[in-house]
Write a protein that binds this ligand. Structure first.
Ligand code: AHM
Ligand code: MG
Length: 370
């Protein structure tokens, strides 16, 4: 018999991290490598971290205050806006507009880009964001997150087109991108094109503290064989993707394990840390995919590439796609290069998985969506 005497136990001590490197400090150290850096950029990023810290306080208390549920309004995509979607959007807009260096913002929750009134000349930065990705899951207390991408302005002088030219830039021009996932802890991932760095919010200090520098997506080992997709839609996936999914379930493949939260920022965070592939391909219902190129796919693609991974729409590198519309959608297949390459090769018909017969063509009467 195993006995447990509570009075004889030493208290459990959790050692705090001894590396108190805040995200601002980290960014300033990174910028020190660039002699022309003015510090303006870290000022901008601190606007985003401030907003996300405030958003996370609301997300954490969502069941206690009257902020769950929908607002009774719809966004441009015809989706019901959650109260927290609107709060998160307004908070980011508010915090960034006071920085004085943001010219234009675009968000999933805004019909049009927003041009910020400036009191000092022509600000140089453009920020695109999804204020609360995965928000339809909020009632189920699932992890949600904020996604952002930052660009330089391409227009000169006063903005005359409502800011559209400045936001319709290919993702490859991003200066920085990141997300904050409001999960069991609040974690920030960011890149400025020099690796991906992870920070955990220390709620007592009120700062994001460095916890993992230069993160690489694991490519080896059984535990990295994960696929993440809404498989309920698989009947209308491209035959190459169907074929890969069948292969992933075979003994020869490992097999893979399946994980799908339905909140992209959380699914992508797991992919970054644990490996595997996340995808939202075209379906019968959404032939161009569901996710938005500008403020969902592009920042995620930049981060995952910086962590050694890949992001594609099945044919093209996400970061090289020239956006033509503010809210355009794209299929997305992203994660470990090993898996993304393999899926692409099946899509392009150049490989047949060992032991798997060719996939049947789709019977849904629509062209296989890419
Ligand atoms: P949202 O930005 O309105 O929350 O929608 C995007 C979300 C992603 O987070 C997630 O990957 C996807 O929708 C889930 O869609 P589905 O429920 O069709 O699987
Ligand atoms: Mg979203």
């Amino acid at each position: 018999m195993a006995e447990y005497d509570p009075h004889a136990q030493e208290p459990v001590v959790m050692e705090p991290t001894d590396r108190y490197i805040t995200v601002q400090q980290h960014l300033i150290e990174q910028q020190a490598r660039h002699p022309t850096a003015t510090g303006e950029f870290s000022w901008l990023l601190s606007g985003i971290t401030l907003a996300t810290k405030i958003i996370q306080t609301k997300v954490r208390r969502a069941g206690l205050i009257n902020i769950l549920g929908d607002l009774g309004t719809q966004n441009i995509h015809g989706e019901r806006q959650q109260k927290l979607d609107v709060f998160a959007n307004d908070m980011i807009q508010y915090c960034l507009s006071f920085r004085g260096n943001v010219a234009v913002m675009a968000s999933e929750e805004l019909d049009e880009p927003v041009v910020i009134k400036s009191r000092n000349g022509h600000p140089r930065y453009v920020v695109v964001f999804d204020p609360l990705d995965g928000s339809t899951n909020l009632d189920a207390n699932v992890s949600v997150g904020t996604i952002f991408g930052i660009y330089h302005r391409v227009s000169r002088g006063p903005i005359t087109d409502g800011g559209l030219a400045d936001v319709l830039q290919p993702g490859i021009r991003q200066l920085a991108a990141g997300y904050v996932v409001y999960g069991s802890s609040t974690v920030l991932a960011y890149t400025t094109g020099h690796g991906v760095h992870l920070f955990t919010l220390d709620p007592e200090a009120g700062s994001f503290m460095l916890c993992n520098e230069n993160v690489r997506i694991p490519e080896q080992g059984e535990k990295s064989r994960i696929y993440s997709v809404n498989e309920a839609n698989s009947d209308s996936f491209h035959p190459g993707i169907q074929e890969w999914l069948r292969w992933a379930k075979t003994r020869a493949a490992g097999p893979y394990t399946s994980r799908y939260i339905g909140s992209m920022v959380a699914d992508v965070h797991r992919t970054l840390v644990c490996g595997g592939v996340f995808m939202y391909p075209g379906t019968a219902k959404t032939p161009r995919g569901k996710l938005r190129l500008l403020y969902e796919a592009n920042p995620i693609a930049f981060l995952l590439e910086q962590a050694g991974g890949m992001a594609t729409d099945g044919q093209n590198r996400i970061l090289e796609k020239q956006p033509t519309e503010l809210h355009e959608r794209t299929p997305l297949i992203c994660g470990a290069s090993r898996d993304v390459r393999h899926i692409m090769s099946m899509i392009q018909g150049s490989a047949t998985a060992p032991g798997v017969r060719s996939a049947p063509t789709t019977t849904l009467g629509h062209a296989p969506a890419m």
